[in-house]
Every structure is written in C-alpha cells, then in structure tokens.
Ligand binder design. Sequence first.
Ligand code: PLP
Length: 399
Amino acid sequence: MQRHHSLGFDLETRLRERERSGLRRDLVPIDSVDARARTAADPKGEPANFGAERLIFASNDYLGLAGDPRVAETAVRAARDVGTGAGASRLVVGDTSTHRSLERRLATEKNAERALTFSSGYAANVGTITALAPDVIFSDALNHASIIDGARLSDATVEVYDHCDADALAQRMAERFSDGVTDESWLVVTDSVFSMDGDVAPIEALCDVAEEYGAWVMVDEAHATGVYDGGIVNERGLENRVQVQLGTLSKALGAQGGFVAGDETLIEYLLNAARSFVFSTGLAPPAAAASERALALAPDRRDALWTNVERLRTGLEALGYEVLGDTHILPVLVGNRDEAVALADRITEAGIVAPAIRPPTVPEGTSRIRLTPKATHTDTHIEQCLTAFETAMTKGGCP
Ligand SMILES: *Cc1c(COP(=O)(O)O)cnc(C)c1O
C-alpha cells in the first residue's frame, strides 16, 4: 500500500512561476573563455543563431588570464606533478606545497600575515562569516549573495545599511548602541567593487565608523583582486584597519577558488572553524598553481585593461549613453526593463554579448547593460562594441 504523507515537489509549477516573474534563467554555452567565442545566442539552440562567433563583453576574467598559455602551462604541470585534485580536505591529506606557496603569495599581495584558500569565493564568505559568528552584521544593501547567505547561516542579526553610505552605517550603529546593547560582537561587511554598479565602497569612512564602536571590518575584494594592486584595501593603505580581506581566484586571476587574508590568529581560527574549509576538499592543485602564476602576470595586464575601459566609457558617453560607476565594470544605464532587454538583443544581433540586468537584481527603473571589457580585447573589438551600441541606437533604442 502506498501512503501519501507528503506533497512532494511540483517543480514544473515553480519553474512556471519563475517564468511569469521574469526570473527564469537559461544556460548559454560557449566554446572557450576567449574574448571571441562561439555562443548560442538563443539558449534553445535555434539553428540560425547557434554557433555564431561573438565578442564577449560579459566575463569577469578581466585580465584575460583564463586563456593565457603561460597560466595554462603552469596548471598542466601542477596536474601532472601534484594531482588533478587535492584528494582530501586540507586538514586530512590535502595540504600540498602548491597550496602553501599560493597562500604565502596571497599574504604578500594583501600585506597580511597569512592567507587561506577555499574552494570558491562563495565558500570563503559563507565559511568565514559563520565561523566568526558575529552577534550583529552591518551589511551594505548591495552586498553579494554569498555574504547574504553567510549572514543568514550565521544566525546573526543583520542590519542592512544604505549602499556605500558610511553615515547610514553610523546611524544604524548609534541606534543599536543607544538601545543599551554593549556586549555584542559587531561585523561590518562590504564588497569593495560592486558588481552591478561598478562603484567602490567608502572603506576608509566605514573603518572610521567601525572603530568608534570596536566593530570589525570585512571587505570582499572579489571584483578588485588582480585588477587593483593588492586590492582596493591595500591601494588605500587600509590593510591594518580591515581585519578580514576576502577575495576570489575565479575572476581576474582566471582560475577557481576563494581566499581570506588577515592576521595569524584569524587564519589559524578559520582553518579550524570555517566549515566550508574543514569539510570540503582542498582547492584543486592546477587551480592553485594557475592562480599563483596569474598573480605574477596580472600587473603587466592592467594597462591594457584600463585603456580598453577608458576607450569604451568615452565612446559610449560620446554616443549619448550614461555609464555608471568609476571602475572597470561599465553599467550602461537604460532605465526601463523591456528596453534593456531589447537593447541587449540588438547588440547580440550585432555580435556583442553583454547581459541586460533587470529587477530584482537592480531597482525598478535602473535596468542596464553590464559591459565588462577585458585586457585582451583588441582595438577592433572595442570599435565593434561601440558600433553595435551605435547601430542599436539608430534602430530606435536608447538614449
Ligand atoms: C563572484 C563573487 C563572489 C564569489 O566568488 P566565486 O569564486 O565565484 O565563488 C563573492 N563575492 C563577490 C563580491 C563576488 O562578486
């Protein structure tokens, strides 16, 4: 006899609901991570579009190091000499010299005593925040999902402050303090470069506020690692005021993994208490080796990236587009969500891949195209991108 004691999972309905609210996503296959790659513009693989070669302006591989033959060679050598996988948690038998060498290099890069790698930036955030187990987390309104998930899992009280607003943080802290709570551990968490707005957190002002109350500051440099020398925290000389520096190996360093840098005690504690470190296999040695090589090569790639960023920003503004932010991420403001999708479709027709970012990812009325040039885009690639935006415009798009 079959008993029905559960509703089961009606995933078809859940997918339809996502579809209705515009949240349904699809995979878009490409054949390489190169700036120029074959993509299926239509995720359903319409024969007319499938396999067309397009220029990708949507990657976080900002320096083009994921396709660099020198980095690839280093990864191959590590696979051959050390192993394709770590084989175990770092705490069991997965702690290879490749890991330790990378961590020494990361500590130097971040001007910190020590660093610890995780299997992803996501795992680094979730593991670090839960291990710190703060009573209260003060979190920027636009922080990355992995920070939000870490905060949820940590059971902390979360106080969300207005985006990049140190005065709003001060106000939140003052309110909590005047409620008479004085024996809590407080953690301020922020991205350094924000992925959807291309702007930078006021880290020094956040440190000023945090220090007034004895709170710790944790900065997630996922989009800045490799692009800014030592990250924004170091560029601004704030490494002694930021207790937790976090980053990813998966973006500008072109590999895979995440890391935390800080003082000896922090790292020693995390390797004991961060569950995403303890209960997860060590970073794959080829990824660790590739990251270390990428760190060495990154400085030589930065000029080419910034040249492309400036050329693209200036060109788009000359066409009348409004480009947000002040970093290597170029959000082209459209406003209306349907117009943003239409513009993304038109530039795709012209051979450029860049996503339309809509609510709920960004506030209503601020839909945009998120453009990310790479160091490896050529002058011709940048021209093609600008031409696509110009053509889209004459076809009745924005501005
Ligand atoms: C991408 C990103 C992460 C996650 O890093 P992965 O290595 O891709 O898991 C964490 N934080 C921020 C701010 C990010 O942009």
